[in-house]
Design a protein around this ligand. Structure first.
Ligand code: GLA
Length: 406
């Protein structure tokens, strides 16, 4: 372990910059994993197995149902897409021939023809987390080259079945290899999530130089508890995480599960609001062919999306907690702020609070217009010292936009 620390400490001196110019705002799209997992039985589950059909159908939905117009551009393959063995002659990864009969290049062409981008998954190690062929250190250049030849636009490099020492070598090496292909391939690194997400094991300066985004923490599951657990970890470690994020390099609290089986309407609003405040990548993992109107309208609501996509790229901060209410604030362009008041409580009655802008350190202007983002309703014009009353339902959020009056 000591060698790893020494190695990481030395890295910035020989930093290789990813510098691919992409993801100046958090990426938006769709990702297979949380909802579709590693279902490979296309005989019994033709609509939900990991296959080219699934990704083509999601791409169709993205363009036909308003998602692409709302900003969701990536269609991302996750684990379990490959044959169980590499090609014996070339050593290259091969997509499962039954489930991807036309190959990944044809899928990329299809996705590109719709104006979308294609992401793929690999794993630095002997195997992927699902047991498919991994990318060992000696295969990094070959796999980067293969992905570039297929027309891939984004790579998620997971970290199962590798040691911390291999990760310290492999993640920077893949960054360099992707650059070398000459194709712009956004790079998502799961590295921090495999070494506890925190310094000194994680060097966020280095990550910002070699990756466009990174998973810091455990996998999201289809439950409100899982969302709360992630939000709690982000709040607890915000002094470390906030400086790491910015245009081109983002912390990734994992996929949006809005539209899946578990979240209520309020919980769905809360997850989206929190991911907006956190400047998080917005990768939905849901079934866009069957999603309900409410979830669709919510995920396409321009209010939280505009907050998420703010060009300053400053990650929001937990300012204070009052009983079951957590008040988060994110600074936006033009002296604006977003405020999320998250009610983590389960008492069956709305929580009331007297809030003022000065309570959350918004004091620069004389007057601010305060708007309820989801309801698209002006609450009023407020001097920072004047109290206003808010009410937040249990397991729900109030998302406010605070705009100075010029
Ligand atoms: C890990 C990752 C998940 C997903 C699975 C696939 O658990 O964190 O996001 O990619 O592997 O096996």
């Amino acid at each position: 372990m000591r060698t790893l620390f020494v190695y990481l400490a030395l890295m910035p001196a020989i930093a290789i910059s990813l510098d691919n110019g992409v993801m100046r705002v958090p990426p938006m799209g769709w990702l297979a994993w949380e909802r579709f997992r590693c279902e490979t039985d296309c005989v019994n589950n033709p609509h939900t197995c990991i296959s080219e059909r699934l990704f083509m159908e999601m791409a169709d939905r993205l363009v036909e149902d308003g998602w692409s117009d709302a900003g969701y551009k990536y269609v991302n393959i996750d684990d379990c897409w490959a044959e169980k063995k590499r090609n014996a002659t070339t050593g290259r990864l091969v997509p499962d021939l039954k489930r991807f009969p036309n190959g990944i290049k044809a899928l990329a062409d299809y996705v590109h023809s719709l104006g979308l981008k294609l992401g793929i998954y690999a794993d630095l190690g002997n195997f992927t987390c699902g047991g498919y062929p991994g990318t060992t250190l000696d295969r990094i250049h070959l796999d980067a080259q293969t992905f570039a030849e297929w027309g891939i636009d984004m790579l998620k490099l997971d970290g199962c079945y590798s040691t911390p020492e291999e990760q310290a070598l492999g993640y920077p090496k893949m960054s360099k290899a992707l650059n070398k292909t000459g194709r712009v391939i956004a790079y998502s690194c799961s590295w921090p999530a495999y070494i506890g997400g925190l310094p000194p094991k994680v060097n966020y300066t280095l990550l910002g130089e070699i990756c466009n985004l990174w998973r810091n923490y455990g996998d999201i599951q289809d439950s409100w508890d899982s969302v709360l657990d992630i939000v709690h970890w982000w709040g607890k470690n915000q002094d470390i995480l906030i400086p790491a994020a910015g245009p081109g390099h983002w912390n990734d609290p994992d996929m949006l599960i809005v539209g899946d089986f578990s979240l209520s309407k309020g919980e769905s609003r809360a997850q989206l609001a929190m991911w907006a405040i956190l400047a998080a990548p917005l990768f939905m993992s849901n079934d866009l062919r069957r999603i309900g109107h409410t979830a669709r309208a919510l995920l396409q609501h321009p209010g939280p999306i505009n907050i998420n996509q703010d060009p300053l790229g400053i990650q929001g901060r937990l300012i204070l907690s009052i009983a079951s209410l957590d008040i988060w604030k994110r600074q936006l362009k033009g002296g604006q702020y977003a405020i999320a008041v998250l009610n983590k409580g389960t008492a069956g009655t709305p929580k009331k609070l007297q809030l003022s802008l000065s309570l959350v350190n918004i004091t620069a202007a004389q007057l601010y217009m305060v708007t309820d983002v989801y309801e698209e309703k002006h609450l009023g014009l407020y001097n920072p010292n004047v109290d206003f009353h808010i009410s937040v339902n249990p397991s729900d959020v109030l998302l406010l936009l605070v705009k100075p009056l010029s």
